[in-house]
Design a protein around this ligand. Structure first.
Ligand SMILES: NC(=O)c1ccc[n+]([C@@H]2O[C@H](COP(=O)([O-])OP(=O)(O)OC[C@H]3O[C@@H](n4cnc5c(N)ncnc54)[C@H](OP(=O)(O)O)[C@@H]3O)[C@@H](O)[C@H]2O)c1
Length: 269
């Protein structure tokens, strides 16, 4: 497979105002890629864009937009076409979780979560997939999670959303063979971003939190490989967690993840 030539890339990053999105932007810019930065908080995107344009000599386009809609891909394409921008690669990173027993969580919030984490990601991918495949050496990265590998009580909807993202991305990896497009599901464990401010502090259970910079660096190293496999789980403990499920019954797996999240919840009480 042709290596990624970052200097000819215009990478669309959703959720670029904090966490992994910022680190993707920084690490792509350091390799010479131009960027399209999308999120709701415009001020943050502008600060990041200014810093990267000055520091790395790249072009960074700021697109403030709420992607929490099922036609997010169409809306984004209309806005980008209006500005004459056609991305070559895509990182579907925007997402959030809701921590707590399913029946206690706010119903409207759950609708927004599924819309952003699943529907918008799917629509943006469907909108741009043909363009991404047009030139060999482009890439699609979807951010799933280790929560996508097994059901996670207290994160039931989030875990199901990320199982969807992982499954979708692995299928697209297969369907994209021979097109020259690199397709990767990035499946982090807990990382020190604003994720837990939004989801609630117990959402990570007892797993150690990684530095988001290291998570993104691991994804880029995988992208550099000649023929990258469809999913990456950064961090040895996270890898162990995702593999342990293969040796336990489904009843066993959900009981273990339930006990872990119960314990994390009790500790905060
Ligand atoms: N951190 C972890 O422990 C962890 C672990 C596994 C997977 N993940 C996944 O990693 C991805 C990035 O999360 P993060 O950890 O970097 O968390 P974060 O710091 O909270 O970043 C989330 C990003 O998504 C954007 N976003 C949220 N709602 C949006 C909306 N309606 N429209 C547009 N953008 C929206 C936010 O920007 P605005 O608020 O400005 O819109 C922000 O830039 C998510 O998909 C998350 O599920 C995180």
């Amino acid at each position: 497979m042709q290596p990624v030539d970052f200097r000819r890339q215009l990478v669309l990053i959703t959720g670029a105002s904090s966490g992994f999105g910022v680190h993707f932007a920084q690490q792509f810019a350091a390799r010479g890629a131009d960027l399209i930065l999308v999120a709701r908080r415009e001020e943050r995107l502008r600060e990041l864009a200014d810093r990267l344009e000055t520091g790395c000599g790249i072009a960074a386009h700021v697109v403030p937009m709420d992607l929490g809609r099922i036609d997010a891909g169409t809306a984004l394409r209309e806005e980008l076409e209006r500005r004459g921008l056609q991305p070559t690669s895509l990182v579907n990173n925007a997402g959030f979780a809701s921590n707590g027993p399913f029946h206690e969580l706010d119903q409207e919030r759950l609708r927004r979560e599924i819309t952003l984490d699943v529907a918008a990601l799917t629509d943006i991918t469907r909108t741009y997939l043909a363009d991404l495949r047009a030139t060999p050496g482009n890439f699609l990265i979807n951010i799933a999670s280790i929560a996508g590998y097994q059901p996670t009580p207290r994160l039931a909807v989030y875990s199901a959303c990320k199982a969807y993202v992982l499954s979708l991305t692995e299928s697209l990896w297969y369907e994209s063979r021979g097109t020259g497009l690199r397709v990767l599901a990035l499946c982090p464990g807990p990382a020190r971003t604003e994720f837990f401010d939004v989801a609630g502090p117990a959402a990570g259970g007892d797993l150690p939190a990684m530095d988001p910079e290291d998570v993104v660096a691991a994804a880029l190293r995988r992208l550099d490989q000649k023929d990258p496999s469809p999913a990456i789980v950064p961090g040895p403990i996270n890898k162990l967690v995702t593999r342990a499920g293969r040796f336990v019954s489904r009843r066993g797996v959900v009981t273990i993840t339930g006990l872990i999240t119960d314990r994390a919840h009790r500790r905060l009480d």
